[in-house]
Design a protein around this ligand. Structure first.
Ligand code: HEM
Length: 389
């Protein structure tokens, strides 16, 4: 079965349903020719995500030294006890209260982007709204001064858009790391109450984060929180526009939007398979035993539509009121930015549909282009009409 090609990107669900039906885990090959095991059922996904024998460590020795130092300290690539320590320190600074305090700024950024959007006749909602919104919000959260954000749009285009090859990606990440090092030195000289300032200041039981760790964390927040949230917003607008009854309900009662966002996370999981693990000893999933030293990814897209877990999983039903999706992962690496992603998506959708209740797709659904690539599930572009002529 052809996996991870254009057709798969446009609609991965038929192929995933076939695999899920055949068994909980499969040996597959990425487009780059790298073999790995892909988990397609919900129970086995939870098993993998809670089994401490699976490691998150990835080799970084191929990378340039300056990037290596920042990546080697990222908690997403560490196991306990290092992960436990990093997560404890970072959680003390990146609190749900900090996310709530950001609300008014997220609303302002959203409104500014919507003002600009309204000046274009058939805007691409991805390029003009879904991508810049989370980037601006992370810059705001970290405390990157307004006048210094422009290069981030170019760097993140390389990282998200895949314009250029792996060397450009490494160059963009190295540039971000160099920028953060410089910014950190300035924040040390002049303490600030943004997240970078808080990460520098946090002390727990006499322990604190090193500069490399703060830089690694800033880079992780940027990379982990940008494309994922952009995909969530794009996938949500796409799904709502394609279901007139849902749109009517949301327009009548915006209070339904949090439940709509959860159902989008389940049905169109923005982070398709970003759950890298490597086995350190053999592990048995269903009738399959995966040997030690093998790479395992969970298809969040597949497990979130597992009929063994969700009743009528192919139906978009925000009222199902079932928090069981794994779109933000599960266990010790559960997404640290989930509260922020939820707040951003809820504000984005409330403001967008509030201002443009007639918004609709400007192309036929089959003409939409989806990003190829294994890890993410999102649209390349989403041309919309903001009002009916
Ligand atoms: C971890 C998804 C937004 C920061 C994760 C994981 C998933 C995920 C699946 C777990 C990976 C694993 O177990 O290997 C998403 C989705 C998002 C989103 C779908 C948006 C809809 C964000 C945002 C931020 C963020 C906005 C921060 C600004 C992180 C961090 C981790 C993480 C720091 C690592 C946690 C750890 O290793 O303990 N995310 N994420 N994410 N996410 Fe998110």
């Amino acid at each position: 079965m052809a996996l991870f090609d254009d057709e798969y990107a446009a609609n991965p669900h038929p192929a995933l349903a076939e695999l899920r039906q055949a068994g909980p885990v499969h040996r597959v090959t990425s487009a780059a020719g790298i073999p790995f095991w892909m988990v397609t059922r919900w129970d086995e996904a939870r098993q993998v995500l809670t089994d401490p024998s699976l490691s998150k460590r990835q080799p970084v020795d191929q990378l340039p030294a300056e990037l290596r130092a920042a990546l080697a300290t990222q908690m997403l690539l560490r196991d306990p006890p290092d992960h436990t320590r990093l997560r404890r320190l970072v959680s003390a600074a990146f609190t749900p209260r900090r996310t709530q305090a950001l609300r008014p700024r997220i609303e302002q950024i959203t409104d500014r982007l919507l003002d600009e959007l309204a000046t274009v006749s058939e805007p691409d909602l991805i390029d003009r709204f879904a991508v810049p919104l989370p980037l601006e919000v992370i810059c705001e959260l970290l405390g990157i001064p307004g006048g210094e954000r422009r290069p981030f749009h170019a760097w993140s285009n390389v990282i998200i858009g895949g314009s250029g090859g792996p060397a450009d990606m490494v160059a963009a990440m190295s540039a971000i790391v160099a920028y953060f090092r410089d910014l950190l030195a300035r924040k040390r000289a002049q303490p600030s109450d943004d997240l970078l300032g808080a990460l520098l200041a946090v002390v727990d039981d006499g322990d604190r984060l090193s500069d490399d760790e703060v830089v690694g964390m800033a880079l992780l927040l940027l990379v982990a929180g940008h494309e994922t949230t952009a995909n969530l917003i794009g996938n949500a607008v796409h799904l709502i526009c394609r279901q007139p009854d849902q749109r009517e309900r949301v327009l009548k009662d915006p209070g339904l939007l949090p439940a709509v966002v959860e159902e989008v996370l389940r049905m169109a999981s923005p982070s398709a398979t970003s759950t890298y693990r490597v086995t350190t000893r053999p592990i048995t999933l269903g009738a399959t035993t995966i040997p030690a030293g093998e790479q395992v990814l969970i298809s969040l897209l597949a497990v979130n539509r597992d009929p063994r877990r969700f009743t009528d999983p192919e139906t978009f039903d925000p009222a199902r009121g079932d928090g069981g999706h794994l779109a933000f992962g599960h266990g010790i690496h559960f997404c640290l930015g989930a509260p922020l992603a939820r707040v951003e998506a809820q504000i984005a959708l409330t403001r967008l549909f509030g201002r443009h209740p007639e918004i609709q797709l400007a192309v036929r659904p089959e003409e939409l282009r989806w990003r190829t690539g294994l890890l993410m599930h999102g649209l390349e572009a989403l041309p919309v009409r903001l009002r009916t002529e």
